[in-house]
Design a protein around this ligand. Structure first.
Ligand code: ADP
Ligand code: GLC
Length: 481
C-alpha cells in the first residue's frame, strides 16, 4: 500500500539548516520512496528558501495568516517535493531562522511557528484539492502545534507523528496567546497544550500526536528519566506505549568519500592510501605542523554545553601530552569559542581552529582527521559520528543516546571478535575523556589494529534504508482508514 505523508519542519537541507534536523528532513523523503511512501515537505518561506526554489506555482491562497496575507507555494527543488509558506511578514527575514542579528529570538516566534502548524493542519484536512496526506509528521517544537490543531479540528483527520530531535528545545510562550494562536479554550489543560502555566509547543505535540518518535533507542529510554526528560518525563512515561526510537542515517550521496568534491582525492575502504591526501590537506588548512605520525583528533560541532566542549578544553593537556593534534570546526557559545581560540594561540601547529560554519570543511574534517571526538553530555542521535564512520575517522564518543547506539566500542571482546568501530567512554567529564584519549593513543600505536577498526567503521551501515523501513512501518500503523 502506498501512503502520502506530509513532513512539517522549520529546516530542510539543503534549503535551510542550523543542525542535524535539516539533514534528517532533507534525506528522509528520498529514502522513503523505496518503501512506497510519497513524502511532501512543508517549510517556512525564509528568503534563503525562496531564492533556492526558483519559479514556483501558487498552490493555494492561504488568506490572512497571523497578521498578513500568505500563500502556499508548491515546487520541486533539490530532489524534494516542497510546500513553502510564502508569508513575508512572518518569514521574510535574512539569517538565522529563529533569531535576529542581535542573537535574540524573534518576539513573534510563537506566531511564526503556530502558522507552520496551522497550515500543516489545514493541508492535513484536505485544504488543497487533490492532496490528502495519510499522515502528518511534525518535527521538533516548531511543528509541535500541527498535531494539536488537528486534534481539536472537526471532521476527518490524518494520523499524526511527533518526532523530537532534541528535548532541550521546547518552544514555550505566554498562555495569554491561546486565542491569538487559534487554539480553543479547552486546549489549555494538562492534557492539551498547557505546560507549567505556559503554552508548550513541543509538549502539545508530544501529548496530542498519535505516535511519538525520537532519533535513537537509547535516547527514547533516557527521556523517560527525570534527568533526561527535561520536564517532560512524566508525560513521556505516560505515552511510552506509542514512543519509538528510530536511529537517524546520513545521506550517503552527500557523504560519500569515493565521490566527494570537497576532498583532494576520492578514497574508499579499498583505496585507503588516498586518504592521506585529505589528511595532508586538512593539516595545511588548519595550520597543523607536518608530523604525519601524530594522530589528528577532529571536532565538528556546535560549541555548547550539550556537546561537552568545556570538558574538551579541560582535557587538552592530556591530548597534547599524547602527542596528538586537535582540529576544531565549530561555532556557538562565546566563552567556548574564546577558550578554543586561546588554546589555539597557546599551541600553534598543534591545535588548529576554524570558528564558524563551513559545510565543505566539515567534509574535509571527516576525510582528514584520524579520530572524531564527540563528548556530548546528551545526544539524541548525532550525525557527525555517522559521517566519521563512513569516512574512516574513528569516532570517540560519550556513551549517550545515539552515540551509544551507533559506535561499537573497541574493547577487548570487540577486538577479539573483530567488530569494533570506535571508542566509547562513560561521560563528558575530564577524567573519562582523559582515559578515552589514553585508549585511543594505545590503539594508534598498533597501526594494523587501527586499520582493522577503520575498515569496520567504513563498512558500517549508516545510510537511510534501514531507518526508512522503520518509519514506513510506523506511518502504516499511524495512518487512519
Ligand atoms: P546537532 O544537530 O545537535 O547540532 P548533529 O550531529 O545531529 O548535531 O548534526 C550536526 C550537523 O551540522 C552535521 O551535519 C554536521 O556536519 C553539521 N555541523 C555542525 N557544526 C558545523 C560547522 N561548524 N560547520 C559545518 N557543519 C557543521
Ligand atoms: C538534534 C540532536 C542530534 C540529532 C539531530 C537530528 O539536533 O541534537 O543529536 O542527530 O537533531 O535528529
Amino acid at each position: 500500500m502506498s501512503l502520502t505523508v506530509l513532513s512539517v519542519a522549520s529546516e530542510v537541507y539543503p534549503l535551510v539548516k542550523t543542525g542535524g534536523l535539516a539533514d534528517v528532513t532533507g534525506a528522509l523523503p528520498g529514502a522513503l520512496t523505496a518503501e512506497g511512501i510519497a513524502m511532501r515537505s512543508l517549510l517556512p518561506g525564509y528568503p534563503a528558501v525562496l531564492r533556492r526554489l526558483g519559479p514556483a506555482e501558487t498552490a493555494l491562497d492561504l488568506g490572512p495568516l497571523f497578521g498578513g496575507g500568505a500563500r502556499l507555494l508548491a515546487a520541486r527543488a533539490e530532489g524534494l517535493d516542497l510546500f513553502v509558506i510564502d508569508a513575508p511578514h512572518l518569514y521574510g527575514r535574512e539569517g538565522n531562522p529563529y533569531a535576529g542579528p542581535d542573537g535574540q529570538d524573534w518576539p513573534d516566534n510563537p506566531q511564526r511557528f503556530a502558522a507552520l502548524g496551522q497550515v500543516a493542519a489545514r493541508l492535513g484536512q484536505g485544504a488543497l484539492p487533490g492532496f490528502r496526506p495519510d499522515v502528518v509528521h511534525a518535527h521538533d517544537w516548531q511543528a509541535g502545534l500541527a498535531p494539536a490543531y488537528l486534534h481539536y479540528a472537526e471532521g476527518r483527520r490524518p494520523g499524526t507523528v511527533m518526532t523530537v530531535h532534541n528535548l532541550a528545545f521546547q518552544g514555550q510562550c505566554d498562555a495569554g496567546l491561546l486565542a491569538t494562536l487559534g487554539l480553543p479554550p479547552q486546549a489549555y489543560s494538562i492534557d492539551g497544550v498547557e505546560y507549567y502555566g505556559s503554552i508548550g509547543f513541543l509538549k502539545a505535540g508530544l501529548r496530542l500526536a498519535d505516535r511519538i518518535t525520537t532519533v535513537s533507542p537509547s535516547y527514547a529510554a533516557e527521556i523517560l528519566t527525570e534527568a533526561g526528560g527535561m520536564g517532560l518525563a512524566g508525560l513521556l512515561r505516560d505515552r511510552r506505549a506509542v514512543l519509538h526510537g528510530i536511529l537517524n542515517g546520513i545521506d550517503t550521496g552527500v557523504w560519500d568519500p569515493t565521490a566527494d568534491p570537497h576532498l583532494p582525492s576520492p578514497f574508499g575502504a579499498a583505496t585507503l592510501a588516498a586518504r592521506g591526501d585529505s589528511r595532508q590537506a586538512l593539516r595545511a588548512r588548519m595550520g597543523l605542523d607536518d608530523d604525519a605520525s601524530a594522530l589528528v583528533v577532529g571536532i565538528v560541532s556546535r560549541l555548547s554545553w550539550q556537546k561537552g566542549m568545556d570538558a574538551v578544553l579541560e582535557a587538552l593537556p592530556a591530548l597534547l601530552g599524547h602527542g596528538m593534534r586537535l582540529a576544531v570546526l565549530g561555532t556557538g557559545d562565546r566563552a567556548l569559542e574564546d577558550g578554543f581560540a586561546e588554546a589555539g594561540r597557546a599551541h600553534p601547529g598543534r591545535i588548529g581552529l576554524h570558528l564558524g560554519y563551513d559545510e565543505g570543511l566539515a567534509h574535509l574534517m571527516q576525510g582528514g582527521c584520524d579520530a572524531l571526538l564527540v563528548p556530548s553530555r546528551f545526544e539524541p542521535c548525532g550525525l557527525t559520528q555517522l559521517c566519521a564512520l563512513r569516512y574512516g575517522a574513528l569516532p570517540v564518543v560519550a556513551r549517550a543516546g545515539g552515540l551509544a547506539d551507533t559506535v561499537i566500542d573497541a574493547n577487548e571482546m570487540a577486538l577479539a571478535a573483530g567488530v569494533g568501530t570506535g571508542v566509547q567512554f562513560a561521560a563528558a567529564t575530564r577524567d573519562a575523556l582523559e582515559a578515552a584519549l589514553g585508549r585511543v593513543a594505545a590503539l594508534w600505536r598498533d597501526r594494523a589494529a587501527w586499520a582493522r577498526l577503520q575498515a569496520n567503521a567504513m563498512g558500517s551501515d549508516v545510510g537511510w534504508s534501514r531507518p526508512a523501513r522503520h518509519y514506513a512501518a510506523l506511518y502504516r500503523a499511524a495512518a487512519r482508514g
